[in-house]
Design a protein around this ligand. Structure first.
Ligand SMILES: NC(=O)c1ccc[n+]([C@@H]2O[C@H](COP(=O)([O-])OP(=O)(O)OC[C@H]3O[C@@H](n4cnc5c(N)ncnc54)[C@H](OP(=O)(O)O)[C@@H]3O)[C@@H](O)[C@H]2O)c1
Length: 287
């Protein structure tokens, strides 16, 4: 498995996004456990989650607890697996996503995530989304405190602009911003400037919703002809072509496709071994 770095930590170049296993449309737990085990079987060592990946009120941490159970019940060695979680979003249970980027909330949320994951320190803690009610530096300042207290090993941000990345760099201090997680897919390319910014700074860039999102990922080839054409030529899925195209953009890129079926995760993992030619990458950039 091709590997990449998040700070000093080596992870598989493709991660697993946990969201489809805990929000609307989630499968029975048994299938989710098989999906996470399939990811581990395929050599994936990065799993992305969040305290807000749940459905009903009172279920905060559903996805974190699921991942902890899957790791505990896996037969093999999981010591090299980085579980990256997030705080700053809430789900009241009516289908909406609300925000709380206050330092007090982030401190409490991190404590709850420590318990949900069953760890002494969180491997990567990401501020989920800027809260317009709270100055960005104050939210990121809470991550700095969590780092200093040893509650989190690395800090990241998500849904961040270049300006916010630079604020986080300043607040967290030299070398302490490990990752930026932004939306990036064939249909959503407007975060390419942030990707380039991260590449120049050596910060891991984690494209989220890389296949177009839950319920749309299956139509990727139908919506993006160049991806289907190259997939047909290569004899692989358009989803694999998409992830390989992202990996080729910069050595800091680590896509985190979500999955709720073992077949999806096994196929996505194959992207780490798919090297596209320069002419193919050009076509995908245009397509
Ligand atoms: N930071 C943020 O604000 C934010 C927002 C959204 C998502 N995320 C993170 O990013 C992750 C990925 O985003 P996402 O799950 O929303 O969307 P996505 O990765 O674009 O799409 C997920 C869907 O893709 C399908 N899929 C995965 N691999 C496939 C393959 N090789 N072939 C065909 N279908 C495949 C899965 O289907 P099955 O379910 O049938 O397996 C899954 O439902 C999330 O899980 C979450 O961890 C972060």
């Amino acid at each position: 498995m091709l590997t990449r770095k998040i700070g000093p930590v080596t992870v598989s170049a493709i991660g697993l996004g946990g969201m489809p296993m805990s929000i609307e449309g989630r499968p029975a737990e048994e299938r989710s456990i098989r999906t996470i085990h399939a990811a581990l079987d395929a050599g994936l060592t990065l799993i992305d989650t969040a305290d807000a990946y749940h459905l009903n009120a009172g279920e905060t941490g559903h996805n974190e607890r699921l991942i902890a159970r899957a790791l505990a019940s896996y037969g093999g060695d999981t010591s090299g697996v980085l579980v990256a979680t997030k705080g700053g979003h809430l789900r009241p249970g009516d289908g909406s996503w609300t925000l709380d980027g206050s330092p007090a909330h982030l401190r409490d949320a991190a404590e709850a995530s420590l318990k949900a994951l069953g760890v002494d320190a969180i491997g990567l803690y990401q501020f989920h989304r800027p809260d317009p009610k709270v100055p960005y530096a104050e939210s990121v300042g809470a991550l700095r405190e969590l780092l200093d207290a040893g509650k989190i090993r690395q800090a990241g941000i998500s849904n961040a602009s270049i300006e916010q990345i630079d604020i986080a760099l300043r607040v967290l201090g030299e070398g302490n911003l490990a990752s930026v997680q932004n939306q990036f897919s064939p249909a959503f390319r407007s975060s390419e400037p942030e990707l380039r910014h991260c590449a120049a700074l050596g910060i891991a860039f984690l494209p989220f919703r890389p296949l177009g999102g839950i319920g749309r990922a299956g139509q990727l080839g139908a919506r993006h002809a160049a991806f289907q054409r190259i997939a047909d030529y290569r004899g692989v899925s358009p989803q694999q072509v998409t992830l390989a195209w992202m990996l080729a953009k910069a050595p800091v890129v680590i896509p985190i496709p979500g999955a709720s079926r073992p077949e999806s995760v096994t196929d996505s993992a194959g992207a780490a071994g798919l090297v596209l030619a320069a002419a193919e990458l050009d076509q995908l950039d245009q397509g």
